[in-house]
Design a binder for this molecule. Structure first.
Ligand code: SF4
Length: 418
């Protein structure tokens, strides 16, 4: 979501005549778009701001902080970095153009409804794959998470605007769209009440976009109809990011996740029945307050049972303002690290096993970049998001790739000649 907000701000500024600079040393204006999901990001911000201030002491430089840290820690930023000129909250990034006309400016207002900004000038990362926001914010209040405070409550984008943006992308010959939201399963069109399953069906039926992805799903809100629609329209890629976070019901309850692990496993089994080649990915937090060895073992059991395609794992870090912040952070850091390394090694083995099964198969790949280490190769992804190094090829194209080698994190292959 942050990357997409940055693309939108960059697009607005370019349409106003601003030009992108190579780096902060050659820029007249620096916008730092921040994330506060983890503690580390906040500290990184202050050290980067210090560096910018060093530049500002020698010449004119406008420093702007936008995004979640700006929204949540405005007073701290004002105190620790008084040289920051402009601060915009998560719902106000679209005010960047007007903000730049002022010397000092800040806006942290939350809006109840979706604010539509023109999507035409969005400066996208490339011309074949696009993010399309469909909702923002979250009402789930997991006890460890700052998103409901940093992004506000759920706001849904009218499907008419979503479809208009997708039509525009189609005309520009984009090949892939990724529908974005903190909690996409909550989606309800504010005008018609349409849910995510129907929205996906409508896009799949009416658009020539060849790959459709969506992110992120919530196990307590996922409707099985989404899986049915995925099975019906293969262009909705058979890949779901559906975090379970922890395998112990005690911890899930403390996290306020709204499901038991039995319900999660049941949902996954139902999805697998409907979409047999589904690739599931997850987020896992280790070392949540009160997590015993036994609780951790339940997490390990789930990872072994489901064999996720991908896992994003984190050590619990207390975030001020959340309910979990009030709990004693009583799992020692060495234990958190040990648990993290354990599940990462386990996941690595699972991924290697899954990837080796792909050797000898032909898989469709959308190439995204030239391989920085080898300019004779392109780097792309299969439907699950797994990276493939391709011998030859052009960026931004679909190829049928014969998979020849596999590692835990990526595959290698050649373009299949007809
Ligand atoms: S559902 Fe996701 S975004 Fe919402 S509070 Fe929970 S972890 Fe945060």
């Amino acid at each position: 979501m942050n990357v997409n907000d940055s693309e939108k701000m960059a697009g607005i500024l370019i349409s106003e005549g601003y030009k992108p600079a190579d780096d902060e040393n050659s820029a007249d204006i620096v916008i730092v778009n921040t994330c506060s999901v983890r503690e580390k990001a906040k500290e990184k911000l202050f050290s980067f701001l210090g560096k910018l201030n060093g530049i500002k002491e020698k010449r004119e430089l406008k420093i702007i902080v936008t995004g979640c840290v700006s929204q949540l820690l405005k007073d701290k930023i004002r105190k620790r970095a008084p040289y920051v000129d402009i601060m915009l909250g998560t719902n106000s990034y679209f005010k960047i153009k007007d903000a730049l006309k002022k010397t000092k400016f800040s806006d942290f207002q939350f809006y109840k409804n979706w604010i539509e900004i023109p999507f035409e000038p969005i400066l996208r990362k490339n011309d074949f794959s696009a993010y399309v926001s469909i909702m923002e914010g979250c009402d789930s209040f997991c006890t460890y998470c700052v998103v409901p405070f940093s992004r506000g409550r759920e706001k849904f984008r009218p499907s008419s605007s979503i479809l208009k943006e997708i039509r525009f992308l189609e005309e520009q010959e984009f090949k892939e769209v990724q529908l974005l939201g903190q909690n996409v399963d909550s989606y309800r069109d504010p005008e018609t009440g349409m849910d995510l399953a129907s929205l996906l069906e409508k896009i799949a039926k009416s658009s020539s976009i060849q790959w459709i992805r969506f992110l992120t799903s919530h196990p307590a809100k996922f409707s099985i109809r989404i899986a049915e629609i995925m099975a019906k329209y293969p262009k909705i890629l058979h890949s779901i990011h559906i975090p379970f976070q922890a395998g112990s019901n005690k911890i899930l309850e403390l996290m306020n996740r709204g499901y038991s692990i039995e319900k999660y496993l049941d949902l996954v089994n139902k999805i697998k029945e409907i979409v047999p080649d589904i690739a599931l990915s997850t987020d896992v937090i280790v070392g949540f307050p009160g997590e015993t060895d036994k609780d951790f073992q339940y997490t390990v059991d789930v990872l072994k049972e489901i064999e996720f395609e991908n896992m994003f794992s984190f050590k619990y870090s207390p975030r001020p303002g959340t309910k979990a912040y009030l709990l004693e952070d009583n799992v020692p850091d060495e234990v958190k690290t040990e648990r993290l390394i354990y599940i990462q090694n386990l996941q690595k083995e699972i991924q290697l096993k899954n990837n080796l099964k792909r050797v000898g198969k032909v898989m469709k790949v959308l190439t995204e970049n030239i391989n920085k280490k080898n300019p004779n190769e392109t780097v792309g992804r299969i439907y699950t998001g797994r990276i493939v190094n391709v011998k030859g090829g052009k960026v931004g194209e679909f190829y049928d790739i014969l998979i020849e080698e596999a590692g835990p994190h990526n595959l290698k292959g050649s373009i299949k000649e007809d």
